[in-house]
Write a protein that binds this ligand. Sequence first.
Ligand code: PMM
Length: 296
Amino acid sequence: MSVAAPSGALLGRSGLPRVPARTLVMGVVNVTPDSFSDGGRWLDHDAALAHGLELLDQGADLVDVGGESTRPGAERVPVDEELARVLPVIGALVGHGVLVSVDTTRAQVAQAALDAGAVLVNDVSGGLGDPDMAPLVAATGAAYVATHWRGPSDVMDAADSYGDVVTDVRRELAARLAVLRAAGVRDDQVVLDPGLGFAKSGASNWPLLGRLDELVADGFPVLVGASRKRFLGTLLAGSDGTPAPPTARDGATAAVSALAAAAGAWAVRVHEVRASVDAVRVGAAWAAARRDGEGR
Ligand code: PMM
């Protein structure tokens, strides 16, 4: 990928550091009836607010609020419904001093969320879902997560076809970056995400983790969203081959958080925050000891 490492201490206008002292932990609040791991639990606004505050208490650095499930096969939610789900929760969390990101592929929702005080737009489509997204990000100066994506939830599993998955994902992210730059987005606003689970149904997720350092070396902050995903359920399957259920994947998620931190990830996006806060500290200590050893 021919991307230059941008300078600057902060990520866009978010107030978040581009190079944090340790990998940040983004807690997830899905205000949806149908997300794969926690669908329906936080659809009620008071419950969503309480959960966001609980994640903050557990050590989350920011809280990601989403109103549309991206699980494989999920159908689109009308924009008004998405707005009605996320805006009251974002406003309430911001009112409590929480740093909030909005998980949306729609520019209209992103704009409303930023107006309500969100500091980061987390777009799992990397701008492909809405042509108005890149100009909006440019105009607002917001921090922006561009995730590797090949199509919406109802078709993404069929798009799981790669030569070398790491090379392909880096190339396709570089293409998204070119579009963002052409729209006027500055490099210091951008976080890249390999999009685990998006057009990656199983084995193709592992090279993206095992070779995460290659994406990190491209010079942009990297977000890893492995939490409770299917490929972890497959890894942890019982002897009869039944995948471990989503809530039984938190230990594996924390292990990924530690390894992602050691590889230099900017942030991990997780449902269960406490274990990942510990895990990223382990990862930071691990990486520091390795650097010390190399200096000897
Ligand atoms: N995964 C999900 C939703 N949003 N955002 C980013 N940046 N990266 C991800 O991997 C990601 C995401 C799907 O998980 P969920 O339904 O549990 O929120």
